[in-house]
Structures are given as C-alpha cells and as structure tokens.
Design a protein around this ligand. Structure first.
Ligand code: C2E
Ligand code: MG
Ligand code: MG
Ligand code: MG
Length: 279
C-alpha cells in the first residue's frame, strides 16, 4: 500500500522536472535505514517567555545528515517519510530523543524546559499512537506536562470528532497540545473551541506581516485576541526582528520563537549557546 501511495506522489511531482524527481526518489530509497544508520539528528530552537524574560522551552526539529548530500531539511524528506509510513518509527525516535535530551540538560544545568515536538497526520492516525506516546513519556521519566505536542490545524480539522477523542486521551495523561501554523486554516476557526488544546502557535506568515511601519500586523493582532478569548496560551513563531517582538509583546503575546531569539542548533551547540553553564 505504501508503494501505491508512493507512485501517486510521483505523478504529482512530475512537473517539477527530472532532477528534482530523481533526487526525491533517491532520498525515498535512502530513507529506509537512515534511522538505523544514525543519520537522523535533532536540532533544537529556543522558546522564550518575553514577559518573564527567560528561556522556557525548545522545539525539536528533524534534520537528515545524508552521507553524500549533506544536511537535508525536513521539507525535503517528510513527504516521503509520510508516504512510506516511515514517519511512525522516525516520529517515535524524535519523541524519545527529545525527552532524553530534556532530562540530560536538566541534570547537567538545572534548567527545567518544555519540549515541543511535531506530530504529522500519519502519526496521529496510527491506532497505536497514544499508547506509544504514553510508553515513551513514562520511560523518559519526564513530567507529561513538560511535553507539548504540535499538530497543525488542518490535521485536527479533518475529522473533528476523532481528533477530540484522541486529544482527550493525550490530555488525560497530562500532555499539552498546541496547534501549529495557527491561522492558516481559518475557515474552521469556529470549531477550534471544541478541541481540548492548550496553546496555539501563530503561523510565521502573520508575524512577517508585522513590518517596521504602521497599519501592519492586523491579522496577528486578531489571532492573538481570539486565542486569548478562548483561554489559550499563544506562541509566535518566525519572530525575526526587534520590532516584531515589541509589537507582539505589546499585544500580550508571551512566548516567542524565531531567528531574533535564536536559530535551531544541534544539541551541544544549543547547550553552549542558550543554557546556563553546568556548575
Ligand atoms: P514548524 O513546526 O512550523 O517549525 C518551524 C519552522 O520554522 C522550522 O523549519 C524552523 O527552523 C523555522 N523557523 C523558526 N524560526 C524562524 C525564523 O525566524 N525565520 C524563518 N525563516 N524560519 C524560522 P524546519 O526546521 O525546516 O521545519 C519545517 C517543518 O517540518 C516544521 O514546521 C514541521 O512542520 C516539520 N517538522 C520538523 N521536524 C519534525 C518532526 O520531528 N516531525 C514531524 N512530523 N514534522 C517535523
Ligand atoms: Mg512546529
Ligand atoms: Mg509552525
Ligand atoms: Mg510549519
């Protein structure tokens, strides 16, 4: 079945040209075994609470250190990982590794951070998903409320009833839920209140609308207002300038992520750059 879906994808990508197609096929083949060969790595990006002026968490972002092609961003291999179902074992590895890192950093530096971990549609649909997450969290020893799973609005809105049920199970364990890329699927905003979620991450396209001039950031402001009205924590992603930070903070947005605060870095560099030195 994975093969059939893979073939459907090939048809979809033909217009992009032969080289792109070949590269995608090579990547898809190489992806089998990439996990076992230890080629997948996590980069971590800091999240800051700007009102309290402190580091509060990190988002785990997947990268592939391909032996010939170098560092490959997730956009280039996540579609293949989803089409083949490989995203399921890869996603479990991401979760286990991010939580292991969280524990290691706490032990080494005393910093108690939260881990933000992305979950794709294929993972969320896996009937074993909740059970696997529960097992990995338990095994890590991390307090469940220090884990925040990120799901996009479009994934959650496909089947609201099913999403509500699944989220309730995760919430019952104490795990936090954030809606990623929030605002990009605004046709179903009215359904949002039905979802048992804790936070929204405002899509960076809205943050980028905040320019160094008046009359910008209207949508960001509206989204912040709406999310606060629903009692949700609000995170901004893609914050790149001081102006954006100030603008968002003046609209009571508390948690921010973006190049202005820091780029995603491999574990060791993250610790050296963003964490207190171990004593
Ligand atoms: P996302 O979850 O929305 O992650 C934020 C993306 O924005 C990351 O791209 C990050 O590097 C980038 N970013 C952060 N701040 C800035 C900024 O100030 N400016 C700009 N231009 N970009 C910024 P990345 O790492 O390439 O990841 C892309 C997407 O891949 C993620 O979007 C997420 O949807 C997916 N992804 C990444 N890691 C995983 C994973 O472990 N599992 C799954 N299922 N998806 C993942
Ligand atoms: Mg994310
Ligand atoms: Mg996002
Ligand atoms: Mg995204």
């Amino acid at each position: 079945r994975a093969k059939e879906r893979g073939r459907g994808k090939v048809v979809r990508y033909v217009p992009q040209g032969k080289d792109v197609l070949v590269r995608q096929l090579v990547l898809e083949m190489d992806l089998w075994g990439a996990l076992e060969r230890g080629e997948l790595v996590l980069y971590y990006q800091p999240l800051y609470d700007v009102l309290r002026g402190k580091l509060v968490g990190m988002e785990a972002l997947l990268r592939w250190r391909h032996p010939e092609m170098g560092l490959i961003p997730p956009a280039e291999f996540l579609p293949q990982a989803e089409d083949t179902g490989l995203i399921v074992p890869i996603g479990e590895w991401v979760l286990r590794e991010a939580l292991r890192q969280l524990v290691a950093w706490e032990r080494e530096t005393g910093e108690v951070l939260r881990a933000y971990v992305n979950v794709s549609a294929v993972q969320f649909d896996d009937p074993e998903f909740v059970r696997r997450v529960a097992a990995i969290v338990a095994e890590s020893g991390v307090q469940p409320n220090r884990l925040e799973l990120e799901l996009t609005e479009s994934v959650l809105m496909r089947d609201i009833e099913a999403s509500v049920e699944r989220l309730k199970e995760l919430k019952a364990m104490g795990i936090r839920i954030a809606v990623d890329d929030f605002g990009t699927g605004y046709s179903s905003l009215s359904y949002l209140r039905r979802l048992p979620i804790d936070a929204v991450k405002i899509d960076r396209s809205f943050v980028w609308e905040v320019k160094d001039e008046k009359d910008t950031g209207t949508i960001a402001t509206a989204v912040i207002y709406l999310a606060h009205a629903l009692g949700l924590e609000v995170v901004a992603e893609g914050v790149e300038t001081e102006w954006q930070k100030e603008f968002l903070a003046s609209n009571s947005l508390q948690i921010m992520q973006g190049y202005y605060f820091g780029k995603p870095l491999p574990a060791e560099e993250f610790a050296a750059t963003y964490l207190r030195k171990a004593t």
